[in-house]
Each structure stands twice: as C-alpha cells, then as structure tokens.
Design a protein around this ligand. Structure first.
Ligand SMILES: Nc1ncnc2c1ncn2[C@@H]1O[C@H](COP(=O)(O)OP(=O)(O)OP(=O)(O)O)[C@@H](O)[C@H]1O
Ligand SMILES: [Mg+2]
Length: 253
C-alpha cells in the first residue's frame, strides 16, 4: 500500500495515526479499508477510490476533505452551512502529508449534498459566479456542469464523491475533458470516489480499491467496473438468463 511519494501534488499522502485510534472495532475505524490503513500516496493529478457500496469511500473522502480545510457539508472553502451533519471521527486520527505547492481553492462535492450547495449559492447571492442562472433552476446535470465550468479553477484541490450521479454518459465525457484541462494546464489535483466505468477511465490515474482486504492499487482493466460493464454489454442475454433464472423456476413450478 505504501508507495514512493510522487512530487507535484498539493497532498502527497495521507497517514492514519494508529496510536490515536482508541477502538478499531467501532465506526469508522472498523471499516476494513480504514483498519488496514497506514499511509496512502495520492496521485499528484487524479486518484480514484472504488469499491462496493459500504466499503468506506465516502468516509475516507470526507476525512480527507476535512483535513484539507473543507466543510463537512461540501462546497468551496468559504462555504459554511448552518445545518451541521455528523462527521466521522476519522479525520482526527489522520494527517495529510502536503507537497510544496498550496492550492488556491477547490471544491468538496458530496454525493448527497449538491442541493444544499445550490441553496447556499442562492442565499449568498452568488449566482453570477455560477454562470448567471440559479443552480436550482437547472437540471441536476446542467447545474453540476455549470458548477464545474464556472467554479472549478486552476491550481485547486477537488474532492468529488460520485460526480457521475448527475451526468449522462456524454456529459461524463464532458466532465473528463474539464478535468483534463484543470489537471494538465491548471495543475489541479482530484480525489474522486466513483462507480462509473467512464469516469474511472481517465488516463493515467491512480485507482485504489477499498475492500474487505484493505486498500490496494489496481489497474483500470482489473476493476469490476471495467470488466463487469464490458461483459454485460457484450453478453447481456447471458447475464439475464442467470439473473432471472429464479423467477423462471418459480413460474414453471
Ligand atoms: N454515521 C455512521 N455510523 C455508523 N456507521 C456508518 C456511518 N456512516 C457510514 N457507516 C458505515 O460505514 C461503512 C462505509 O460507508 P461509506 O458511506 O463510507 O461507504 P461508501 O463506500 O461510500 O458506499 P457507497 O458506494 O454506497 O456510497 C458502511 O458500512 C456504512 O454502513
Ligand atoms: Mg459513498
């Protein structure tokens, strides 16, 4: 799991300070991927977290975002929501190893809190910074891309939890194009939890799989996202024969 630090990112790695953990049998330390954590090197450009539902991606990304100075609810660093959600204690037992450069800004996008971000933008009267139309008056995907286009700036640090939730396949490709611009010309850094085989295909990224066995780096082609999606699209009749067999048996009994 330990990799040589790569130069160039705002955050080079994250460490779990195991001596600060009182009880590894309690959430969030009981999550296998957290329990096994020592030091995780982050890609200076794009790091993906993948894994089954409940494997700890959101817990880990939230802890990283909090350590980097973001609000637990999401948003840019200036955001300060009145509604407090209960954050896990994980960040208190972790440390970021920072690189030489410092990010100018960034964004923490939680999978479930985009609505709150949009409300905050309206309440701050900040719509003009998001393309001029209230994020609430656009579709989920339109408002998400407006956010990316207008508020994702160079030299920034981004934590995105399931950015694909709002986006059609074509717009996921648009997101990848924006990411490429922000990473290559803008020298920004992304940490992204995703289930999308399209988003995950971003070239050259580091992919970590969270599982019962801990956290391990995997190649894109080794991920279930790639392999299962490919097999399904190529042989979907076979999948459905398997999946629906129970129902057929019942029908004929
Ligand atoms: N506040 C909490 N208290 C106790 N357990 C929690 C809490 N939040 C999450 N968990 C548990 O921690 C585990 C990891 O949750 P997490 O939300 O990090 O998973 P995830 O990988 O993001 O899943 P998904 O792909 O469904 O978003 C889950 O088993 C979940 O039930
Ligand atoms: Mg999650």
């Amino acid at each position: 799991m330990k990799r040589a630090h790569l130069p160039g990112g705002f955050i080079r790695s994250v460490q779990l300070l195991r001596e600060r953990v009182e009880d590894f049998s309690r959430y969030p330390f009981s999550i296998p991927a957290v329990r096994a954590l020592e030091e995780l090197a982050l890609d200076p450009k794009v790091t993906f977290l993948v894994g089954e539902n409940g494997s700890g991606k959101s817990t880990l990304i939230e802890a990283l975002a909090l350590l980097a100075g973001f609000n637990a609810e999401g948003g840019s660093k200036g955001f300060n929501f009145a509604t407090r959600r209960s954050e896990s204690e994980l960040h208190a037992a972790m440390r970021l190893v920072r690189g030489a450069r410092r990010e100018k800004n960034g964004f923490f996008l939680r999978a479930e809190s985009f609505f709150n971000v949009a409300t905050q933008v309206d309440e701050l009267g900040a719509t003009q910074f998001y393309g001029g139309t209230s994020l609430h008056e656009q579709s989920h995907g339109e408002s998400f891309l407006a956010l990316v286009k207008h508020r994702f700036k160079p030299e920034s640090l981004f934590f995105l939890d399931e950015p694909e939730a709002a986006l059609s396949p074509a717009r996921q490709l648009t997101l990848l194009a924006h990411m490429h611009e922000l990473v290559e010309r803008g020298r920004s850094q992304f940490i992204i939890a995703t289930h999308s085989p399209i988003v995950l295909a971003y070239p050259g990224a580091t992919i970590y799989r969270l599982s019962e066995d801990g956290i391990a780096e995997v190649a894109y082609e080794e991920t279930e996202h790639f392999a299962l999606t490919r097999d399904f699209l190529l042989h979907r009749e076979r999948f459905f024969r398997e999946l629906f067999r129970g129902g057929d048996d019942q029908d004929t009994s």
